[in-house]
Design a protein around this ligand. Structure first.
Ligand SMILES: [Zn+2]
Ligand SMILES: [Zn+2]
Length: 337
């Protein structure tokens, strides 16, 4: 099978011909129909984060396709069913996080395309306990971005507890942001989209953002405060400045939700006085659970969300990385097989 392989950090990925993997006990084999490109894959390939994957490896955690074989202990009727292979490949199932619906915090989790080979390949093995069924009303092409970008931003809006008529600022439109703003609107939020690129702000406008702010030409803090401030600010842009601007745009009682992961071990200064007097919350939010992803698919099948993505071939992987890094991709890129 064809696979895009990271042979060393920072090197271009190599398209290699690898044997189709065999599903072990508790695993399934998935034939990829669509596989999304998440910024995390680029960080993985560059070894950007403190916890690093070990080359050679196959990145990718937005993989969609039918199950074609099952390992020991997995029901055979899964064969033929279309599934999603998400970032959270598997978790221990028994720790305090796993048993309370927070498997995303499990300390023994396995991550697709990071600690095990992922979905930039014609086939991928996945743990049967980690996959999520894709309903008929959701195409594989749309399901791919929903599997990470969708569930991640859906969860961010959930943990922020947005209620109708609250003002939600989304910093960073693109693969994640274009979905974040739709989820914020779904729960009744009034959305301000912040980005540096006019094209992405145009996309936000098309998708129903109430206000748009170009952070290259205007101070987003000033603009957001002028319009009533933000009750929730979700940061999807990987620049520490965006986190600081988001914090400073909050109203009293506001919630800052951190989602993006800057390349270095970045930090922001949180002023204690304003945080205490303003009753401000700072929340970290990492992907979403299998249940969250099932909800994301259900909303999409019901026509409540729109996925903006473009198709690429797997052998265009290095150019596709450049497109994302250069901010040229409008939203998500999806490899189709
Ligand atoms: Zn991702
Ligand atoms: Zn666990």
């Amino acid at each position: 099978m064809k696979a895009a392989v990271v042979t060393d950090f920072g090197k271009p990925l190599e398209i290699q011909d690898l044997p189709v993997p065999e599903p072990g006990p508790g695993q399934v084999l998935v034939k990829m129909e669509a596989s999304g490109l998440c910024h995390t894959d680029i960080h993985a390939a560059h070894g950007d984060w403190p916890v690093k994957p070990r080359p050679p490896f196959v990145p990718g955690h937005e993989g969609i396709g039918p199950v074609t074989a099952v390992g020991a202990g997995v029901p055979a009727d899964l064969v033929g069913k279309r599934v999603a292979v998400p970032w959270l490949g598997s978790s221990c199932g028994t720790c305090r996080y796993c048993v309370s619906g927070w498997e995303t915090l499990c300390e023994s989790q396995v991550n697709s395309g990071y600690s095990v080979d992922g979905c930039y390949a014609e086939y991928a093995v996945a743990d049967a306990s980690g996959i999520v069924r894709v309903p008929d009303g959701v195409s594989s092409f749309d399901a791919a971005p929903l599997t990470c970008a969708g569930v991640t931003t859906y969860k961010a809006i959930k943990v922020a507890r947005v209620v109708p008529a609250e003002r939600v600022a989304v910093f960073g439109i693109g693969g994640l942001g274009h979905l974040a703003l739709q989820y914020a609107r779904l729960v009744g939020g009034l959305v301000t989209a912040v980005d540096l690129e006019p094209d992405k702000l145009g996309l936000a406008h098309r998708l129903g953002a109430d206000e748009i702010v170009n952070a290259r030409t205007h101070d987003p803090v000033e603009e957001i405060r002028k319009a009533g401030g933000a009750d929730v600010a979700v940061v999807l842009a990987a620049a520490p400045t965006a986190f600081e601007q988001a914090f400073r745009s909050l109203n009293r009682g506001g919630r800052l939700v951190m989602v993006a992961l800057p390349a270095d071990d970045a930090a922001i200064k949180v002023p204690i006085f304003e945080t205490v007097l303003g009753g401000i919350s700072v929340i970290g939010s990492i992907v979403g659970t299998r249940q969250d992803l099932a909800e994301v698919f259900a909303l999409h099948a019901a026509g409540r969300t729109q996925v903006i993505a473009e198709t690429r071939r797997l052998d265009q992987v290095n150019d596709s990385f450049d497109e994302v890094l250069g901010g040229r991709a409008e939203a998500r890129l999806v490899f189709e097989f």
